[in-house]
Design a protein around this ligand. Structure first.
Ligand SMILES: *Cc1c(COP(=O)(O)O)cnc(C)c1O
Length: 401
């Protein structure tokens, strides 16, 4: 096993957590096995009593998955990690493993749709009270956390409006209310923001996004301290079975090897496209955390090392203009996914945020002209050309009418 804790992130992404078999393979081995055999009955007994370490069953653990979990720990600076089949399984496990009837959850209003559903619809069914706050409004966090709570769930930057939560401040408020803080860190990736350093207790990922980053597999991860992961999360995962497939773990290990190259390149392109869009007459507003016109620009510099791979912008002509632009892209594909090598655009009001309703969308600032662009790895000039021709089309078309 490579002890890569002395190395820097880019090296850890390539070497972290490797456990070579007796064959000395270069690449991580793919252990597609559901079960494990024991040398004898005594070894089986010792495995079950916990007196020796031996794989038992792939719902509990698997060597390929262990390599992925160890590598994720090294990147995040976390003591322990458990992976799951999807990002939503990770969020669900983190919440349900920790909470019980009578508990109270405070959550950011700007959550990924299914996370919002768990907090607003699922948890109350089990007698867990929930309260939403506007993520950028510290006064609302302070008010909500002036009463005891058991868990805070937040996402920063948020989807799709890229609003930030002040991690340090909210973690302090949460802890004094008795709550643990669970951060959905998908938009920032483990490279641009490490919530544990600001006081968060648990970090969750949809590995489906940048960690695979190539649009192939689903996956999720929960990271935290060893005690919480082994005593609180692990029994829930073992017994309810949201386990990741070893095949997907292997794909994600290979994804991590290029994570830094991909994310940093997409971030550079996203920053350039944000600047380009803000100068276009068709665009009324651009949201990108590292731009000086982002309302929380100073906070972005404090807790993130780059602005991320998503740019959100609003077109002057509302839904019509948004749809016309989307339909005019040659290179940028219409998709609600994000964090892919291919640039993807979505219209949140009619897709990802359709179900929350107009009133909730208005609270989040998601107007009908808003488009979310997930920036991939194409040449920045080609993306700029595609945006330019698509934005220009409505005026040309109208002139021809
Ligand atoms: C995609 C996503 C999820 C859910 O992950 P899945 O892998 O699709 O289950 C949760 N949170 C955020 C912020 C996401 O972008």
């Amino acid at each position: 096993m490579t002890n890569s804790s002395q190395y820097r992130t880019a090296t850890r992404l390539v070497h972290g957590g490797i456990q070579r078999s007796q064959f000395g393979e270069t690449a991580e081995a793919l252990y597609l096995t559901s079960g494990y055999v024991y040398d004898d009955a005594e070894q089986a007994e010792a495995t079950f009593t916990g007196s020796i370490d031996h794989y038992q069953y792939s719902r509990f653990a698997n060597p390929t998955i262990s390599m992925l979990e160890d590598r994720l720990c090294l990147i995040e600076g976390a003591e322990a990690c458990r992976t799951t089949a999807t990002g939503m399984a990770a969020v669900n496990a983190a919440l349900l493993a920790h909470l019980k009837a009578g508990d109270r959850v405070v959550a950011s209003r700007a959550l990924f749709g299914s996370c919002h559903w768990i907090v607003s619809t699922l948890l109350p069914k089990f007698g867990i009270a929930t309260e939403f706050v506007d993520c950028a409004d510290l006064a609302q966090w302070r008010a909500a956390l002036s009463r005891p709570a058991q868990l805070v769930l937040l996402e920063t930057p948020s989807n799709p409006m890229l609003e930030l939560v002040d991690l340090h401040a909210v973690c302090e408020l949460a802890h004094s209310a008795g709550a643990i803080v669970v951060v959905d860190n998908v938009f920032a990736t483990p490279l641009l923001q490490q919530p544990l350093k600001f006081g968060a207790d648990v970090v969750v990922y949809s590995c489906t996004k940048h960690i695979d980053g190539q649009g192939r597999v689903l996956g999720g991860a929960v990271l935290g301290n060893r005690k919480w992961i082994t005593e609180t999360l692990q029994p829930f995962i073992r017994n309810t079975g949201p386990a990741m497939s070893p095949f997907n773990a292997w794909v994600l290990l290979k994804g991590l090897e290029t994570l830094s190259l991909r994310v940093h390149e997409s971030c550079r392109t996203a920053a350039a496209l944000a600047d380009f869009l803000s100068a276009r007459p068709e665009v009324t507003r651009v949201w990108f955390p590292m731009r000086a016109d982002h309302p929380q620009h100073a906070l972005a510099r404090q807790q993130m090392t780059a602005g991320g791979t998503v740019v959100t912008f609003e077109l002057a002509g509302g839904k019509d203009a948004a749809f016309r632009a989307m339909n005019a892209f040659h290179l940028i594909a219409v998709s609600n996914n994000l964090g892919d090598t291919k640039s993807l655009v979505t219209h949140p009001a009619t897709t990802t945020h359709m179900r929350i309703g107009a009133e909730e969308r208005a609270k989040l600032g998601i107007t009908d002209g808003v488009l979310r662009l997930s920036v991939g790895l194409e040449d920045v000039e080609d993306l700029r050309d595609d945006l330019a021709q698509a934005l220009a089309i409505p005026t040309v078309a109208r002139a021809a009418e």
